[in-house]
Ligand binder design. Structure first.
Ligand code: SAM
Ligand code: SF4
Length: 327
């Protein structure tokens, strides 16, 4: 079992498989001039498999595949097939923009991968295209509905962006009125490749909840699962539910159970902190000093208590893009 220096059990790995993406969401990255990692720095699929095997031996029982866009990696299914064979791994989930997932839906289902988070920050085509800077609304919407109809446990991630998609908050709730899905509203974080910095946020979790309550005064609070980052709610009569993730306010650090590994092998023990080590040497150089497991245990034994603490020692954190961290 992996336990950090604040007695938190770490059982959840967010594994980024690429930093590339076919969309250009304006809250995540600039439209051009993005400093993508060099190809040789990206972990190969065999290396990602080794990371999965090592971390599950150490106590990780849930892996979320993220990126960049995971499905731009042509060999993604090869990794997923291997992970699906690891018995101690209870949950494999994927976070995707749902542009490229279509051809893989049947195999994902066959592999027992049930949890798919789809990022969709607009239910209006023009707004979607303005935010993502690409023309992919129909594909995303069709794949989303297909995933729901195929019985996946779908959560829709919607970042509330002042001046961009606030008018879509109520319309996107229609999805959870009609379908058993969760629509999760995220506070925006200034991780967009450094083009936008902000210290305070109008659409924080309270602002989002108050806005929804103005229209649905009988919203009911649900009991949140352990280590959940979202505060979850139900509107009476609706099939699904909605949640709010205070990603900017960071009220969830006390129960944080997660570790992040980027597509280049950086180990991030807190979203707001510096990478603490890199796995490439352990994976690529047989004569490297020390072993990967001990090094990982060491950094988990020195985690910051909160995201605010981690940020104190890393003033440049917000010049990063989410596409390199994985969300
Ligand atoms: N491409 C996939 C997707 O969009 O779902 C996976 C990678 S994406 C970086 C992972 C998550 O990070 C997405 O849900 C996205 O909405 C979120 N994200 C990206 N930039 C963000 C930001 N500035 N603030 C809050 N969440 C962000
Ligand atoms: Fe790509 Fe996801 Fe970032 Fe959008 S949020 S640009 S889909 S990595």
């Amino acid at each position: 079992m992996l336990i950090d220096n604040h007695n938190r059990v770490i059982n959840y790995l967010r594994l980024a498989v690429t930093d590339r993406c076919n969309l250009r969401c304006n809250y995540c990255m600039p439209s051009e001039g993005i400093d993508f990692a060099k190809r040789e720095e990206l972990l190969s699929i065999e290396e990602l498999k080794e990371v999965g095997r090592t971390l599950t031996r150490m106590g990780i029982d849930k892996i979320r595949i993220t990126g960049g866009e995971p499905f731009v990696r042509k060999d993604l299914m090869d990794l997923l097939r291997t992970l699906a064979e690891i018995e101690s791994l209870k949950d494999i989930s994927v976070t995707t923009n749902a542009t490229l997932i279509g051809p893989y839906i049947d195999e994902l289902k066959a592999l027992g991968i049930k949890n798919v988070n789809v990022s969709m920050d607009a239910i209006n085509r023009d707004t979607f295209e303005r935010i993502t800077r690409r023309d992919a609304y129909d594909t995303v919407h069709n794949n989303l509905i297909r995933l729901i109809n195929e019985g996946f446990n779908v959560r829709i991630n919607f970042i509330v962006l002042e001046g961009q998609n606030v008018q879509d908050i109520l319309p996107i709730l229609e999805l959870q009125r009609r379908y058993d899905v969760s629509v999760r509203f995220l506070e925006e974080m200034p991780f967009n490749g450094g083009t936008k910095g902000f210290q305070s946020l109008k659409w924080n979790y309270k602002g989002i909840l108050d806005y929804i309550k103005e229209n649905y005064p009988d919203v009911e609070k649900l009991v949140d699962p352990p280590a959940s980052t979202s505060l979850n709610y139900k509107i009476p009569g609706h099939k699904g539910s909605f949640g709010i993730i205070p990603s900017f306010s960071r009220t969830f650090c006390g129960s944080c159970n997660r570790l992040r590994i980027t597509a280049t092998g950086d180990v991030i023990t807190c979203l707001y902190g510096k990478p603490k080590m890199n796995l490439r040497a352990f994976l690529r150089q047989p004569d490297v000093e020390g072993d990967m497991e001990t090094a990982i245990r060491d950094v988990i034994g020195a985690r910051a208590k909160t995201g605010h603490d981690a940020q104190q020692e890393y003033s440049k954190v917000f010049s990063n893009s989410m596409t390199s961290i994985g969300g």
